[in-house]
Design a protein around this ligand. Structure first.
Ligand SMILES: Nc1ncnc2c1ncn2[C@@H]1O[C@H](COP(=O)(O)OP(=O)(O)OP(=O)(O)O)[C@@H](O)[C@H]1O
Ligand SMILES: O=P(O)(O)OC[C@H]1O[C@](O)(CO)[C@@H](O)[C@@H]1O
Ligand SMILES: [Mg+2]
Length: 957
């Protein structure tokens, strides 16, 4: 007799061995495409099960020899148990089969309670636990035979026997389908969907993180995950060497790695219908329902053509008898989704493609290095960067390194005149005393007649016309190399999760999605529309409609371009604004140093110069102002090079105006007649702005527009989801974690507990956990419960037990300092070591102020520029609104809405850049005591970080 129980993810099931006279359990077998686990009454054999679609088959054998032995035992027992029909109970085979492992454990406890009056020590019970990822993690019994088994309390669940572990890698290379394995029962092949991922086009850092995320999310959602090796070339070739099922552990350690581990290619065959026909056949052969393509504009164009042609391809395959009628019916449409991976950032409709910021990081590091040698020799450097027909890398590198001139395809240089135009600007820069000249040229740069402009021509012009000692540096493929920056790891991971959600939600009527990002928000766009939009950029350039080309790039492109132009013209051009509109604007850094602070000062000052305003720096914060009148007019030559520097060149401290002496602060504001103030800093700057705004009724000098550009690694400023410095800090922490994780992995059985800064904000720890694949992160918002620590220890134990030192299994735990008052990183590490019972050891690691970062990251530099310029424009635009309050000698209406709107926090919220009046942010959106915003915008990514490492959350029980 056979009984089949379909099991799903997270199943805990137990089997009461039958004591009825009719039958007993002879063997239990697990199927997962093919036999992987067999349990008989004398032995337990199993291997790692990584696929969730496990099916349990219980074979009951009638009246075997064993049965007779058992019967004898039962008879003996029966004589001791009177009046209770316990045999009825034990004669059942029970399977708990819910999605929730913890629910099952609870059910087990209640079952025990229900039957507590039975002589349970005589009930043979084996508990099997399958974790949410489909791994069999525990088999519990006191013995492996059916005799004398008692129910164990759930907390003593442990593996009693582990034998014959068959590596999943060996098994996974064999492709098993119901056609190739007809002998296996059909239920073996039950699964929601088979999702394949490929990387295509030029490799980009972050592609591996994207594949990891897609594979693990698919498995987490009860799907089978496949990878297609070598991009479209692998799809065209097909077969098990190119189309492979992937399991949870196959992508371990991929999060940080550069390049793409599943290979990529530029494939000519796929551009022909014949190649795509083969691709379709191979997808169907492997039973793949959905295809996620991580690639650039070309790859997604290919994917889109494949999608649109799919019905006709499938028809042709059927007519040629390559597929069956059932397959024709099943694969009517192609469920395809794009996650954009390319260093070029050339896909319209997304702010960033996976890999673009890592590449920008490589470029900026290289230019920062070149800058030192250029300065030494007073040389000019022409630096050629990649980007194919897109100027994004060159444009943003121009901003980040404050290049003297950039060449990009979207804004072609005037034919014939470009050399003079460029030399004129460089001459001006040199005449002001600048010793270096940096020109960034995109490889696709052109003039207005569409002739390409090469680095060699620029070199010649600089030598001939300006007699500059000039060198060319072509950065080449180093721009695609190295580990992904934190932004790309997070972007790739979140996009992977969203892509799997999108394919699972897709219906034949849903337009194929492209997963994009807008400001801080992951969104879905139509793949077809994005491809059309992207193509129209090339079209516009071809038609010399350059204005249109600029507007069709991502929505920030024009803004970045205008910003570059504004900061580049600085104070050696006729200012844009008439004298009557020129203002005196002060800028001050408050709080702990944060990446991007200097870039914000530089951009604000140079933008002011190009507008005709006078920028002033308040050095050493409000204490500096109150004590030493530390106000300096910012001069172009003095601030050159600040864009890239970390820390705060003007000096910063935590004193608010009230701490420093608000009366003196007002006095100096009056003395210099400031027309506006830009504060750059974290929670202290937020508090300072609130103090200044509330003091407007007493001090008319504060009746000016004031705006806060949030800058703090804690990222805890209400009114924004992103503070400058958070990215620089995250990258420093992530680099540190990568290094110690490498050490932990080499040791095989080590866990590092890393102490993370962030005050009462767990943002940094959470983002770093997502970027490094940390096993757990503890944050102040959640605290550290003993139950959670205990659960994490168990997970670690199981994981090390399973790995048996055979893989790179070093682990990280991140703990925000304030997550617990009682447990610091060292104590937690000590507890882990003791509780690990020799399965692993733990050490603490304290990155400390390394987390304040070194040089500002490109993201912080460009965002600083963007926000500082927006802040300055805010000051320009709000002069009139507060003018009457400023001019009037009558009582000032503090709560006048117009006035309140002139003192704001400048933030990024979701996909919007917003100004929130400080009064509103402080009164309604802040937990002042805790120095935290009321709404935590990153909770969702905590859940994702946990899912992707298989962490169990006790609070979800
Ligand atoms: N029009 C098309 N039709 C079919 N397939 C295409 C098409 N365009 C591109 N592809 C496929 O996508 C592959 C990659 O395209 P491409 O070389 O343009 O790189 P990409 O995806 O844009 O990435 P990157 O520009 O970052 O290198 C091509 O080699 C080809 O196989
Ligand atoms: O690596 P390959 O095939 O030489 O291609 C280089 C091209 O790939 C990219 O790096 C990515 O598309 C481009 O910037 C560059 O033009
Ligand atoms: Mg491309």
């Amino acid at each position: 007799m056979e009984k089949n129980f379909p099991l799903v993810n997270g199943t805990t099931f137990c089997t009461f061995y039958s004591y009825s006279r009719k039958s007993y359990v002879k063997t239990i077998e697990f199927y997962n495409k093919f036999l992987k686990l067999k349990i008989s009454s004398d032995s337990i054999y199993y291997c790692t099960l990584s696929n969730p679609d496990v099916t349990l088959k219980v074979i009951l054998e009638e009246n075997g020899q064993k049965q007779q032995q058992i019967d004898k035992q039962i008879e003996k027992l029966e004589s001791n148990v009177s009046g209770q029909d316990w045999r009825t109970m034990v004669a059942r085979s029970l399977v708990f089969s819910t999605d929730d492992i913890h629910e099952n454990e609870k059910a087990l406890v209640s079952l025990k309670a229900k039957y507590r009056h039975y002589p349970t020590e005589l009930v043979p019970l084996i508990i099997y636990t399958i974790d949410p990822l489909g791994n069999l993690v525990a088999v519990t019994s006191t013995k492996n035979s059916v005799s004398a088994i008692r129910i164990l309390p759930p907390d003593s669940i442990h593996i009693v026997k582990q034998a014959k572990i068959t590596s999943i890698n060996n098994l996974s290379s064999r492709m098993i389908t119901s056609d190739t394995y007809p002998s296996l029962p059909k239920y073996v092949f039950n699964h929601k969907k088979s999702i394949a991922v490929m990387t295509s086009g030029g490799d980009a850092p972050g592609m591996n993180a994207n594949v990891r995320s897609i594979v693990r999310s698919a498995i987490f959602k009860h799907c089978r995950a496949f990878v297609i090796m070598e991009g479209f070339a692998g799809l065209v070739k097909g077969g098990p060497d190119y189309i492979k099922e992937f399991f949870w552990e196959d992508v371990r350690g991929w999060l940080a790695e550069g390049g793409t581990n599943i290979g990529t290619a530029r494939c000519k065959e796929f551009q022909e219908r014949a190649g795509r026909l083969l691709g379709a056949l191979h997808l169907i052969e492997f039973g793949i329902d959905a295809l996620i393509v991580c690639g650039g504009d070309g790859s997604l164009t290919g994917a889109d053509i494949f999608r649109s042609e799919w019905p006709s391809l499938v028809q042709e395959l059927y007519q040629n008898e390559k597929i069956t009628k059932a397959q024709l019916d099943k694969y009517q449409y192609l469920n395809v989704c794009g996650t954009v991976g390319s260093i070029d950032n050339d896909m319209s409709s997304t702010d960033a493609t996976i890999g673009a910021y890592s590449s920008l990081d490589r470029i900026c590091t290289a230019v920062d290095y070149v800058e030192a040698t250029a300065l030494s020799h007073s040389r000019a450097f022409v630096i050629e960067v990649m980007g194919r027909n897109c100027g994004w890398l060159a444009l943003l590198a121009g901003i980040c390194t404050t290049a003297d001139y950039i060449f990009i395809p979207e804004n072609p240089e005037p034919h014939k005149e470009w050399k003079d135009k460029m030399c004129d600007i460089i001459k001006k820069h040199r005449s002001k005393g600048k010793r270096t000249t940096i020109i960034i040229v995109a490889e696709g740069a052109i003039d207005t007649e569409l002739n390409s402009i090469k680095a060699s021509e620029i070199h010649r012009a600089l030598c001939d016309k300006l007699d500059l000692d000039t060198r060319i540096t072509t950065l080449g493929h180093l721009q695609r190399g190295g580990k992904a920056v934190a932004y790309d790891r997070i972007l790739a991971t979140l996009q992977g999760v969203e892509a799997v959600n999108a394919v699972l939600e897709s219906t034949p009527d849903t337009p194929s999605p492209l997963i994009a990002i807008s400001e801080n928000k992951i969104i879905r766009r139509s793949l077809v529309d994005s491809v059309v939009l992207t193509k129209s950029v090339a079209e516009a350039i071809k038609n010399k409609d350059f204005k249109k080309a600029m507007s069709l790039r991502d929505c920030e492109f024009i803004e970045h371009f205008n910003n570059f132009m504004a900061i580049n013209r600085a104070d050696h051009h006729e200012p844009r604004l008439p004298p009557s509109k020129r203002l005196k604007i002060a800028i001050v850094n408050i709080g702990a140093p944060a990446g991007g602070m200097n870039a914000a000062v530089f951009s604000m000052a140079t933008f002011c110069m190009s507008q005709g305003h006078k920028p002033y720096g308040i050095y050493n914060g409000f204490t500096g102002l109150a004590r030493h009148e530390s106000v300096r007019a910012l001069k172009w030559l003095d601030i050159l090079g600040w864009e890239s520097r970390g820390g705060s060149e003007m000096g910063t401290n935590r004193a608010t105006p009230i701490d420093a002496d608000i009366g003196m602060v007002a006095y100096y504001f009056q003395k210099y007649s400031f027309d506006g103030l830009i504060l750059i800093g974290g929670f202290e700057a937020f508090t300072s702005l609130h103090q200044l705004e509330r003091a407007r009724d007493s001090y008319p000098a504060f009746r000016i527009p004031m705006v806060l550009v949030p800058a703090t690694l804690s990222n805890n400023v209400p009114g924004t989801e992103y503070s400058l410095g958070a990215d620089t800090s995250l990258n420093s922490l992530v680099q540190y974690c990568d290094v110690i994780k490498q050490s932990a992995s080499s040791t095989r059985d080590r866990v590092f507990v890393v102490d993370v800064q962030g005050g009462n904000s767990g943002y940094l720890a959470t983002s770093a956990a997502l970027s490094t694949g940390a096993q757990a992160s503890y944050v102040p918002e959640e605290g550290m419960s003993l139950a959670q620590i205990s659960s994490d220890i168990n997970t670690l134990k199981q994981s090390f037990q399973k790995a048996q030192g055979t893989s790179r299994s070093g682990k990280l735990i991140l703990k925000t300092t304030n997550a617990s008052e009682a447990l610091n990183a060292k104590k937690l590490a000590d507890i882990l070591t003791v509780e690990a019972e020799g399965k692993f050891d733990a050490k603490s690691a304290l990155p400390g102020h390394v987390q304040q970062g070194g040089n500002s990251s490109p993201i912080d530099r460009t965002r600083a520029t963007r926000l500082a310029i927006k802040a300055t424009v805010f000051i320009e635009n709000n002069q009139q609104k507060i003018k009457s309050g400023r001019d009037s000698n009558e009582e000032f209406e503090l709560d006048n809405e117009d006035y309140m709107e002139t003192a704001c926090v400048l933030g990024i919220m979701g996909s919007q850049v917003v100004f929130t009046p400080i009064h509103q942010a402080f009164e309604y959106e802040t937990e002042v005591e805790r120095r935290m915003p009321k709404r935590i915008h990153w909770s969702e990514i905590r859940a994702i970080a946990d899912h992707l490492v298989g962490r169990k959350r006790v609070d979800d029980l």
